[in-house]
Design a protein around this ligand. Structure first.
Ligand code: NAD
Length: 329
């Protein structure tokens, strides 16, 4: 089978090579993400795989179907970039990699939470400019002394909750789907209760019509004064202006964000900081805001699994087989 893989990173290549050697399939690779501009390159292939934060427009699905391709496989968890009705209307099947390594994202969230509550950005900036005084930052907080609300206790949120519980934190969860096994390390509450009680609120929901802009002014109004806000899921969950207002007023003690709603405007290049949108620049300038470039997933184990699982699934879908990772809605 001939597979075309879009948006390939250098560190994925050894696993692609291994897959080809083990299966005898051919995988051709492009560094660009899939778009209207390069969908024509998929002609003559049996299957395609991509990984990207930029949405895939409807016209692409139609063209893939015209080339005789039967699927679109993304090697990531979040599938908000896909237009599922358009995919199904074009007669294609879709899949993601639902669990390449939930721990990768959970561990990075924990890392940034630790950095945030011990004011490490402030101390890093102070010591770099020669200021070695403790007073360069306020007192830190200790994790076992905090109540932490996990919004979305799915694969990633529950992995994080389990680690936080093991460290002694009180963990609350908000999720419309109940998992009895999570009761060992978290307490299910409703959103208002979580926001009223939590010292830290961390987002791990998908981005969809229901969750888009969920962290808005009314949401931040309900959070405790002096609490921390984290988003390691999708930028579109948060209204950045509302977050900024709550950071500027000192209602929030700080934030850690791995994702921003407008990240695609500047993420794929080394940009002149001046061309970065004003809201992102304002966050960058704040001592109590930790930013990272959508890298919570980026570990050796995650990359290996993303490549292997997506390629095997793409072949199975192209062959008309059932797979666990198929996305239906
Ligand atoms: P998952 O499907 O296992 O869990 C998501 C959970 O959110 C589910 O339990 C679901 O019931 C819950 N949920 C849905 N709507 C909700 C709502 N309105 N309020 C509260 N909970 C709600 O997914 P996952 O593997 O845990 O991934 C979560 C998200 O993390 C993905 O959708 C993706 O956007 C993001 N993600 C980010 C990175 C990164 O590198 N930063 C990497 C992977 C995934």
């Amino acid at each position: 089978m001939k597979i075309l893989m879009y948006a390939v990173l250098g560190d994925e290549k050894p696993y692609i090579k291994e897959f080809c050697q083990q299966t005898g399939h051919q995988v051709d690779q492009l560094t660009d993400y899939l778009s209207e501009k390069n969908v024509s390159l998929a002609k003559g292939y049996d299957a395609i795989v991509t990984q990207q934060t930029v949405a895939i427009p409807d016209s692409v699905y139609q063209q893939l179907a015209e080339f005789g391709i039967k699927q679109i496989t993304i090697r990531q968890v979040g599938y908000d970039i896909l237009d599922l009705p358009a995919i199904h209307q074009a007669g294609l099947r879709a899949s993601n990699v639902a669990a390449y390594s939930p721990r990768a994202i959970a561990e990075y969230t924990l890392t940034q939470l630790m950095n945030l509550i011990r004011n490490n950005k402030r101390y890093y900036r102070a010591t770099t400019s020669g200021d070695w005084q403790w007073s360069a930052a306020p007192q830190g907080r200790e994790i076992h002394d905090l109540t932490i609300a996990v919004i979305g206790a799915g694969r990633i949120g529950s992995a994080l909750a389990e680690m936080l519980h093991a460290l002694g934190a009180k963990v609350l969860a908000v999720d419309p789907v109940y998992h009895a096994q999570n009761e060992a390390f978290l307490d299910y509450v409703d959103l208002d209760q979580a926001l009223a009680q939590a010292d830290v609120v961390t987002f791990h929901t998908p981005l969809n019509d229901e969750t888009a802009g969920m962290a808005d002014s009314a949401f931040f109004d309900k959070m405790k004064a002096g609490s921390y806000f984290l988003n390691f899921a999708r930028g579109g969950l948060v209204v950045t202006d509302a977050l900024l207002a709550n950071l500027r007023s000192d209602k929030l003690a700080g934030a850690a964000l791995d994702v921003l709603p407008n990240e695609n405007e500047f993420m794929s290049a080394v940009s002149d900081p001046k061309i970065i949108p004003a809201d992102a620049q304002a966050l960058m300038a704040m001592d109590n805001v930790l930013l990272s470039p959508h890298v919570a997933f980026y570990t050796d184990l995650a990359i290996k699994n993303m490549v292997r699982i997506s390629l095997h699934d793409a072949v199975a879908l192209a062959n008309g087989q059932k797979i666990e990772n198929e996305i239906f809605d």
